[in-house]
Design a binder for this molecule. Structure first.
Ligand code: 26V
Length: 815
C-alpha cells in the first residue's frame, strides 16, 4: 500500500490544492471550519480512491443492517488508520491552524441512541481493519438524536442539525437510487397452473443512498457505510395549487415522504410515530436488499451462478429486530421479481440472514399490529403470514406443552407480529452480546426457541474499536504503550498483553499516571467550558457515562454521593478520598423517570458544589450532550468506571470495555460483560458488589423484597436519603423529586437501588481507600486492566462473527 502522502511537503501541496478547487479560496483566506472542511475533503477523496474494487468478485461480502450507526468524528481516526497522523499534524502546524483545532470543528453525527449504534460503528471499523468486505446499511436521518442542553438542572432537547454546514465525508449516489413502495393491494395471477403476485396501486418512494467511506487500519481496505434518504418518486407536484398560492398543499407530497428520514427515534420513544418508524425499518431494508440483489445479478447470475448460491457470496446481519423485515422482504424480491420458488426462497433467506439480540428488557422487544403491517406492506405481510402458517403446521406435537411452546414462538399472536420471533425464524444464527446475556436469552427471553433448536444459538461478546477509544482518545497513553511494546497493538490488540511486563515498573507507572493527569486536565477544561463546574484534577475521577435508564441505576450512584455528603456533615472527622463524580448521558424525551434522575444529579451537584464544608472532597459534574466526541475525552480521564446495572439487566455494556482499556478500575455488578472483565483482570483488579443474577431472579420469584423494610430499619441512613427527595433539601434548583421517591417506595424499588445500596457504598469506600493507601498499587492495577483489554477489541468480535456466523475471513495479515 502506497502511503497517501509521500512526505509533509506533498501533504501541504495537496491540502492547498483542495482548498483551492473545492472551496475556491486560498488556505490563508479561510477560517478554521473551512480549513477543517478542506482537510476532511482531501482525506475523504483519498479514501474514495482506495475504495476497494481490488477484490475478487468471488469473495463473500457481509452487509450489516442497522437503524443506527454512531460513527463519531472521522478525521483523527482516518489519519491514524492511513498512518499519516504525525505527518499531517506537523503539516497543519506549519500552515497555521494546529490539527487539534481542526478536529474540534468536526460534527459528530448523532445517528444512534447508545451502545447498539456505537457497536455497529465499531464493527465497521473492525471489518475494514480485518480486510473483510463488510458494508453498513442504514438511514441518513436529516436530524440526529436531539442535542441535550441542561436548563435549571433539566434536560432540554434541541434539534441536532448535523447537516447544516454540509458533511464532507458523504457522497450522494443518485445513480444507485431504488424504488420502495408502501400500501396498495396484492393481485394474484395464474397461467398454466403457475401463479404469481403483483402489488398494485402502491405509493412509490425514491430511496437515494449516500456513501461514507470506512477506512480500515493501514488503509488497505476501504469499505463504505450506505445511508438511505427518502425522496419523492417524481417531482410532478400540483402546479395549479402552487399557482393558487397554496404552497403548503402543493409541497405536501414532499414533506410526507421526507418525514421518513427526518428523525431518529429515541430508544423508549413510546407510542409516537410508530407507523413512521415501521416505514423507516422497511425503507432501509428494502432499499439495501434491492442493491444487494442488483449487484448479485451483475456479478453472479450473469456468470452462471444461481440464486441458490446467494449465501455463498452474501451474508446479511440484522442488528437487533429493527431490520427484521429482511427475511420476508428478501423472499418477496426473490419470489415476485426473480421467479424463485417459495420454499427455496425461504431456505436462501435463512442461510443468508443472521440476528443479534441486544436487550432483555421486555418493553424494547418490538411488536407491530398485524393490521398496520398488512395495510402498509401488503405483500411482505402475506409472506410473513404464510411462513407463520407453515411454522404452525410443521410444529412438533410430541411435546406435552406444545401449545405453550407454539404460543411463545409463533410470529403472529393476539393481533401482533412479534419481531424477535420473526428474526429467529428467518435466521441461521442467533447471538447474544456477552456470555451472561447469551445465557439469559437461551434460558428465558428465547427459551423455547433454544429448546427447539439449540444449534441456532451462540455468543459473541461485544468489543470496541481500541484504535479509536485508546489510540485516538488517549494520545499520551497510546504513545507510552507504543514506546514500551511497539506499535503492533494498533493492529493486534492482543499485544497489549505485553504491558504486563511493565505493570510493576515504577517509572512506567509514573508515566502512566502522568498520561492520566494530562487527560484529566483536558477533560476538566472541557467540563468547565460546557457546564461551568471546576474540578480539581488531583481528585479521583469517578465516571458513569451511558444512556439514562432505570436499570442502569444512575440513581444508586446519586444516592451514594448524597450518603457521603450526609456523613461528612454529621462527622467532621470523616474525610473521603477526594473524588469528582462525573456523569453524562441522554434520557429519551418521553422517559420521565430517567429525566428526573438527570435533574436529581444536577440538583445534587448544585448542593454539593456550593457547600464549602465538603467541596474540597467531593464535586459532581454533569457533562451535557454525551456523544462519541466528548466520550473520548471522558473515558481517557477516568480512574473509576461505574457499571452498576442490576445483575441480569445490561446485555453487555461497552463503556465498561472502553474505560478498562484506558486503565480505569471497574466498580460494578456481576452483569453483562463485567463478568468477563472480572475473569480477565482477576478479582484483585476489579471491584464487584451487589446481588448476583440468580439472587435477583429468586427475589423476584418469591416476592421476598419489600423496600419499606429497608426504609424502616435504617431511618438514619436509607430513610434519610429517601426523605431528602421530598423535604426540600435538594429543591433549590427546580423543586423536589416526588416521582423518584414513588418509583422506590410505591413501586417497591423495581431496580433494587436500596437493596444493593450497602454493598455498593462499601465497595466504593474500599476501592477509594485503596487509592489513598497505595497509589503505586493502583497504577499497577490500572495498567493491568489495559494489558488485559485486548480481548475487548471489536477486531476479535468481528473475527468470531466472520468464522462462526458469516463464514468470511478477512484478508488482513496479522504479523
Ligand atoms: C429499542 C428501540 C425501541 C423504539 C425506538 C428506538 C429504539 C432503539 C433501540 C432499541 C433497543 C436498544 C437495545 C440496546 O441498545 N441494547 C444495548 O446494546 C449494546 C450493544 O450490544 C449493549 O452493550 C447494551 O448492554 C445494550 O443495552
Amino acid at each position: 500500500m502506497q502511503p497517501i502522502f509521500t512526505d509533509k511537503q506533498d501533504f501541504i501541496r495537496q491540502y492547498r490544492s483542495v482548498c483551492h478547487y473545492t472551496l475556491g479560496k486560498h488556505y490563508e483566506d479561510m477560517g478554521d471550519t473551512e480549513r477543517y472542511m478542506a482537510l476532511a475533503t482531501l482525506i475523504a477523496n483519498k479514501a474514495n480512491e482506495v475504495k476497494t474494487d481490488n477484490r475478487g468478485a468471488n469473495r463473500k461480502a457481509v452487509y450489516y443492517f442497522s437503524l443506527e450507526f454512531l460513527i463519531g468524528p472521522l478525521l483523527d481516526n482516518y489519519l491514524l488508520n492511513f498512518g499519516v497522523r504525525d505527518l499531517v499534524e506537523e503539516g497543519c502546524a506549519d500552515l497555521g491552524t494546529p490539527l487539534d483545532k481542526l478536529i474540534e470543528k468536526e460534527v459528530d453525527p448523532g445517528l444512534g441512541n447508545g451502545g447498539l449504534g456505537r457497536l455497529a460503528a465499531c464493527f465497521l471499523d473492525s471489518m475494514a481493519a480485518e480486510g473483510m468486505d463488510g458494508y453498513g446499511n442504514g438511514m441518513r436521518y436529516r436530524y440526529g438524536l436531539f442535542r441535550q442542553e441542561i436548563e435549571g438542572g433539566r434536560q432540554v432537547e434541541k434539534t441536532d442539525n448535523w447537516l447544516a454546514k454540509g458533511y464532507p465525508w458523504e457522497t450522494r449516489k443518485p445513480e444507485s437510487a431504488v424504488t420502495v413502495t408502501f400500501g396498495g393491494h396484492v393481485e394474484r395471477h395464474e397461467e398454466n397452473g403457475r401463479f404469481w403476485f403483483t402489488l398494485e396501486g402502491a405509493e412509490k418512494i425514491r430511496a437515494v443512498p449516500y456513501d461514507v467511506p470506512i477506512v480500515g487500519y493501514s488503509g488497505t481496505t476501504v469499505n463504505h457505510l450506505r445511508l438511505w434518504s427518502a425522496e419523492p418518486y417524481n417531482e410532478d407536484f400540483d402546479l395549479e395549487a402552487f399557482n393558487r398560492g397554496d404552497y403548503a398543499d402543493a409541497m405536501k407530497f414532499r414533506s410526507d415522504i421526507e418525514a421518513i428520514t427526518t428523525i431518529l427515534y429515541p430508544n423508549d420513544a413510546g407510542e409516537h410515530g410508530r407507523i413512521l418508524r415501521l416505514k423507516q425499518e422497511y425503507l432501509f431494508v428494502s432499499a439495501g436488499l434491492q442493491t444487494i440483489l442488483r449487484d448479485y445479478i451483475r456479478k453472479h447470475i450473469r456468470k452462471g451462478d444461481t440464486w441458490e448460491d446467494l449465501p455463498k457470496y452474501v451474508a446479511i446481519h440484522t442488528n437487533d429486530t429493527h431490520p427484521a423485515l429482511c427475511g420476508p422482504e428478501l423472499m418477496r424480491l426473490l419470489v415476485d421479481e426473480q421467479g424463485v420458488d417459495f420454499d427455496l426462497a425461504f431456505k436462501i433467506a435463512r442461510q443468508t440472514i443472521s440476528y443479534t439480540n441486544h436487550t432483555v428488557m421486555p418493553e424494547a422487544l418490538e411488536k407491530w399490529s398485524i393490521n398496520t403491517l398488512r395495510e402498509l406492506l401488503p405483500r411482505t405481510y402475506m409472506i410473513i403470514e404464510e411462513i407463520d402458517r407453515r411454522y404452525r403446521e410443521g410444529f412438533p406435537h410430541n411435546y406435552d406443552n406444545w401449545y405453550e411452546m407454539l404460543r411463545d414462538t409463533a410470529i403472529l399472536w393476539d393481533g401482533q407480529a412479534r419481531m424477535a420471533n420473526l428474526s429467529v425464524i428467518f435466521s441461521h444464527s442467533v447471538n447474544g452480546v456477552s456470555a451472561l446475556h447469551t445465557n439469559i436469552i437461551e434460558n428465558s427471553v428465547l427459551k423455547t426457541f433454544y429448546e427447539l433448536k439449540p444449534e441456532l444459538f451462540n455468543n459473541k461478546t461485544n468489543g470496541v474499536s481500541h484504535r479509536r477509544f485508546l489510540g485516538n482518545a488517549n494520545p499520551p497513553y497510546a504513545r507510552l504503550i507504543t514506546s514500551a511494546i511497539g506499535v503492533g497493538w494498533l493492529r493486534d490488540a492482543n499485544q497489549l498483553e505485553g504491558l504486563t511486563a511493565y505493570e510493576n515498573d515504577a517509572s512506567f507507572q509514573e508515566e502512566f499516571a502522568a498520561s492520566k493527569q494530562w487527560c484529566k486536565e483536558r477533560l476538566s477544561a472541557y467540563i468547565e467550558k460546557t457546564s461551568g463546574v471546576q474540578l480539581d484534577t488531583n481528585m479521583i475521577f469517578d465516571v458513569q457515562v451511558k444512556r439514562f435508564h432505570a436499570y442502569k441505576r444512575q440513581l444508586l450512584n446519586a444516592f451514594k454521593i448524597l450518603d457521603i455528603y450526609n456523613r461528612m456533615l454529621d462527622d467532621p472527622n470523616y474525610k473521603p478520598e477526594p473524588t469528582a463524580f462525573i456523569f453524562s448521558g441522554k434520557a429519551a424525551q418521553s422517559y420521565t423517570f430517567a429525566k428526573e434522575v438527570i435533574r436529581l444529579i444536577n440538583s445534587i451537584a448544585d448542593v454539593v458544589n456550593n457547600d464549602k464544608r465538603v467541596n474540597e472532597y467531593i464535586k459532581v459534574a454533569f457533562v451535557p450532550n454525551f456523544a462519541v466526541s466528548n466520550a473520548q475525552l471522558i473515558y481517557s480521564a477516568a480512574d473509576i468506571s461505574e457499571q452498576i446495572s442490576w445483575a441480569g439487566s445490561e446485555a453487555s455494556g461497552t463503556s465498561n470495555m472502553k474505560l478498562q482499556m484506558n486503565g480505569a478500575i471497574t466498580l460494578g455488578t456481576y452483569d453483562g460483560a463485567n463478568v468477563e472483565i472480572c475473569d480477565l483482570v482477576g478479582n484483585d483488579n476489579i471491584k464487584i458488589f451487589g446481588l448476583r443474577t440468580e439472587e435477583v431472579d429468586e427475589l423476584r420469584r418469591n416476592h421476598s423484597y419489600w423496600a419499606w423494610d429497608l426504609y424502616n430499619a435504617d431511618r438514619g441512613r436509607i430513610g434519610r436519603l429517601i426523605d431528602m427527595l421530598t423535604d426540600g433539601s435538594l429543591a433549590r434548583l427546580s423543586g423536589n423529586f416526588e416521582s423518584v421517591r414513588d418509583g422506590l417506595m410505591v413501586n417497591n424499588d423495581h431496580d433494587l437501588v436500596l437493596k444493593d445500596f450497602y454493598s455498593y457504598a462499601q465497595a466504593w469506600a474500599e476501592l477509594t481507600d485503596s487509592y489513598r493507601a497505595d497509589r503505586a498499587a493502583w497504577n499497577r492495577s490500572a495498567i493491568h486492566n489495559t494489558a488485559k483489554s485486548g480481548y475487548f477489541s471489536s477486531d476479535r468480535t468481528i473475527r468470531e462473527y466472520g468464522e462462526d456466523i458469516w463464514q468470511i475471513s478477512g484478508s488482513a495479515s496479522r504479523d
